[in-house]
Ligand binder design. Sequence first.
Ligand code: EZ4
Ligand code: CO
Length: 412
Amino acid sequence: MRIERAEVIVTSPDRNFVTLKLTTDDGLTGLGDATLNGREQAVVAYLAEHVVPLLLGRDAHRIEDTWQFLYRSAYWRRGPVTMAAIASVDMALWDLKGKAAGLPVYQLLGGASRTGLLAYGHASGRDEQELFDSVRSHQEQGYRAIRIQAAVPGLKSIYGIASNATYDGNTGVRYDHEPAQRGGLPNEEDWDTRSYLRHIPTVFEAVRNEFGPELPLLHDGHHRMTPIQAAQLGKSLEPYGLFWLEDCTPAENQEALRLVRQHTTTPLAIGEIFNTVWDYQQIVREQLVDYVRSAVTHTGGITHLKKVLDYASQYQIKSGMHGPTDISPVGMAAAMHLGLAIHNFGIQEYMRHGEKTDAVFQQSYTWQNGLLHPGDQPGLGVELDTDEAGKYPYVRAYLPYNRLADGTVHDW
Ligand code: EZ4
Ligand code: CO
């Protein structure tokens, strides 16, 4: 099974997606997701200019060898662009191997360890009523775990709050959180950590009073706190029994989490911007978090993320794979196959894609009673309709950024 063709497909139904499509000499096709929100074209160039020439003629069955070759032969290692590119090759090879074997990828990874994957969605609101409505609407859609993000009094626009709480005119689908702005330049948002730290516990108190103690609730701090601020927040949220507090500090400094851990029993999750097992080395060894947030798409594919999660499993750390709309249906399917197979699955983030995206990427994964399942099609179970994809050319899009009241740039 030789790789005969490798195409990099960019399409923008609802948002930009980068997909690698491999075709073998016996006519099988495999897909991989290489979408890096706001930096899509960097991965396109990395793949098209540097990776595609290396793939042609290679044995598509040699997944581990191809991974090691792409990682080590570049000399320049790691980083989101490189690791998203490698991830897409890895996913496409698993897709091909599954199709060649006539088996869904989760079977190749050891088979199902559970019947389905608990998933959480994003509720948000500019005020209490809007937040409660958003939680209810998620419950109606079947979500059994819900992330809570709320506006902070005095701040105009912050991460995680739907800028348009009604329906998206293009897709007819409500996006509770879609931060990338299409066209133009990055939006400026504002931030004040002290206001946030004061306000958020009152939001969780209100949500618990309204929805009771059982519903698993999550919250994303989105890298904006110092360690001592994160410790304060974790402590003040303890009465509300969070499932996790995510990205409480900027993640580059792994040691920062020691201080947070010393002060709070609120479970911690981190890693959506991590790329390799090396980013987790200290965090896992010292048990500084409870959930690994890496996406298959941004962490070198199924092959590498499985190694990260196997390492984490020795420390009772579970998966909580990143699953925003900027992970394509191909990347989501890869996450579901991996999540179904591993023993230390925790939860899967799941934001539903829009109708146009669903028309471009035909999926066989299912969402029933709050549980995801990758389906039983051979391979990953997602096919790309190239005619549909061709209708939506790339649109430049940027993530927003933050400034404090005095004009200082702050983590977003
Ligand atoms: O900001 O995916 O937990 N989810 C997140 C996401 C990220 C975006 C960035 O592309 O933090 O919403
Ligand atoms: Co996050």
